[in-house]
Design a protein around this ligand. Structure first.
Ligand SMILES: [Zn+2]
Length: 261
């Protein structure tokens, strides 16, 4: 069987498995029959597994030959030059090319090993200057330790409300303490979700400013972001009430942030 097909089957099986475990965990949370420590352990284990697989998956895909790994050439040279400029001493950095239909770039990793994923259509569309700007943006995320910060916020968003709701569930039904803790649990979820989204957007603005400074060319980054936005068919501007729910600021806001920097 083709390695890509095998990988795709494995990928969908994993998704089905996680949804099933997640549903079981939610059932445990609302059920009186399962002790809350069991539910909490189940949720924690699930999130450790998801985080680890999410981080390892692109490396496995690269090893299986699904992602192309750049170890030389202009893109690799630009990346190492930008890392040097940003004074980042990493043990290893990999640039993976993902054969997807989307126009995207992302970074993942921790401590001194990171990988940047650039999708093939993005690589083929952008000029070297624009690609340099996108790589600088991803390197800014490494410099600002955004991955760890986002993960921490996400964990808070899951653990705190879930702990409160589970506690409310084990307290006597319809008691004041149970209702109060349950309400705080729901409110904390909404607050922490908005906080996570807001911090993520702030991280994007900061990464854009740092990238523009690193390459000394904010116009190249604006061009690259505009192309990425157009090709992904996103609106350049979102309604004010929708903005707090975005993980990334809309294009016009990012351009305004860069122009005033
Ligand atoms: Zn970013």
């Amino acid at each position: 069987m083709d390695v890509r097909l095998r990988f795709r089957i494995l990928y969908y099986l994993l998704i089905v498995f996680f949804i099933a475990i997640y549903l079981i965990a939610i059932w445990c949370m609302v059920s009186d029959r399962v002790h809350f420590s069991v539910t909490l352990s189940l949720f924690l284990t699930l999130h450790v597994v998801i985080t680890s697989i999410g981080w390892r998956l692109p490396i496995i895909q690269a090893r299986a030959g699904i992602f192309q790994t750049l170890t030389e050439g202009p893109i690799h040279e630009i990346t190492t030059e930008l890392l040097r400029k940003a004074e980042l001493k990493l043990k290893q950095i990999h640039v993976f090319i993902q054969p997807a239909k989307s126009f995207n770039a992302m970074v993942n990793g921790y401590r001194d090993y990171f990988y940047i994923i650039v999708t093939k259509p993005l690589l083929e569309t952008l000029s070297n200057e624009e690609l340099r700007a996108i790589l600088a943006h991803e390197i800014a995320h490494i410099k600002h330790k955004d991955g760890v910060k986002r993960l921490f916020d996400l964990w808070m968003l899951i653990i705190l409300p879930m702990g409160l709701l589970t506690t409310a569930n084990v307290l006597p039904k319809d008691s004041l303490s149970s209702n109060l803790i349950g309400t705080i649990g729901i409110v904390s979820f909404v607050v922490l979700l908005l906080r996570w989204l807001s911090n993520t957007r702030k991280g994007e603005y900061a990464a854009d400013r740092y990238a523009a400074e690193l390459i000394g060319d904010k116009e190249a980054l604006i061009r690259a972001l505009t192309i990425l936005n157009e090709k992904s068919r996103y609106k350049p501007e979102f309604a004010v009430y929708r903005r707090p729910l975005l993980t990334h600021p809309d294009l016009n806001s990012r351009i305004a942030n860069l122009r005033k920097a």
